[in-house]
Design a protein around this ligand. Structure first.
Ligand SMILES: CC(C)(COP(=O)(O)OP(=O)(O)OC[C@H]1O[C@@H](n2cnc3c(N)ncnc32)[C@H](O)[C@@H]1OP(=O)(O)O)[C@@H](O)C(=O)NCCC(=O)NCCS
Length: 212
């Protein structure tokens, strides 16, 4: 029987996760999309959901009575929000899965924890671990021996070199590059197109080339 799946949030990334599900189904995976839950969908997002002939099942509290075989993905990029929703998902004991777009390539020894989404065109080589509800967006590359903690979001076209560690809830902006062996502390933000050449301290924002 196909695995039912629900996305939290019908905003831009939530609807992109829906596309990943479509691609996985077309590739033979046994998902069945139930719909979105969203506490406050905008009229533009509602219209987009309607055009796609999908459904909004209710607010996030819909999950309280969801069947336990419901697999939930979080379509929201903010790490602290993902962590909060994930705590609810764990409390409810809902099912967990991972979504990897069929055009992504993964090498040996890659492990991906529950709720994570790997988008189209991502390249991941070897000995890489993604924590819970990590988002790796379009065409990002992740080199060898990389550790990405829970609830991190990596935006499109990022280049993460070997032996990098990214702490919980951090966000890596589009087109950033992180040089080898560096640590990005938890709750940090790396700006779009930044070149990270030194460790990034916890709860800090860096931007520019080199990133400061
Ligand atoms: C860096 C970022 C997090 C914002 O940081 P911020 O400190 O709040 O930045 P502000 O918008 O207040 O801008 C402050 C200054 O930084 C500059 N700035 C903003 N983003 C920058 C970036 N990525 N690189 C270089 N400079 C940047 C602004 O031009 C502004 O400069 P000024 O003071 O000379 O006018 C954000 O701009 C960013 O890059 N986010 C990534 C978003 C992303 O990846 N989007 C794709 C989604 S799929």
């Amino acid at each position: 029987m196909a695995r039912p799946v629900v996305i939290v949030g019908c905003g831009g990334f939530g609807r992109e996760v829906r596309d990943v599900i479509d691609a996985c189904i077309a590739n033979g995976e046994d998902w069945y999309f139930r719909g979105y839950v969203d506490d406050d969908p905008s009229s533009a997002n509602l219209a987009a959901v309607e055009r796609s002939q999908d459904e909004i099942l209710g607010g996030v509290d819909w999950l309280e009575n969801a069947p336990k075989d419901t697999h939930v993905f979080i379509g929201i990029g903010t790490g602290s929000v993902k962590a909060r929703i994930d705590a609810t998902l764990i409390r409810l004991g809902l099912s967990e899965g991972v979504l990897v777009h069929p055009t992504a390539t993964l090498g040996r020894d890659v492990t991906i924890a529950g709720g994570s989404v790997v988008c189209a065109g991502v390249r991941m080589t070897t000995n890489i671990h993604l924590g819970r509800h990590v988002h790796v967006n379009l065409n990002t590359t992740i080199g060898h021996d990389v550790e990405i903690a829970d609830h991190v979001s990596i935006n499109p076209l990022v280049a993460i070199s070997g032996n990098v560690r990214i702490g919980e809830r951090s966000m890596i902006g589009t087109h950033a590059a992180i040089l080898q062996g560096l640590d990005v502390g938890p709750d940090s933000i790396v700006g779009g197109s930044a070149l990270v050449v030194r460790n990034v301290e916890e709860s800090s924002t860096v931007k520019g080339v080199p990133a400061r």
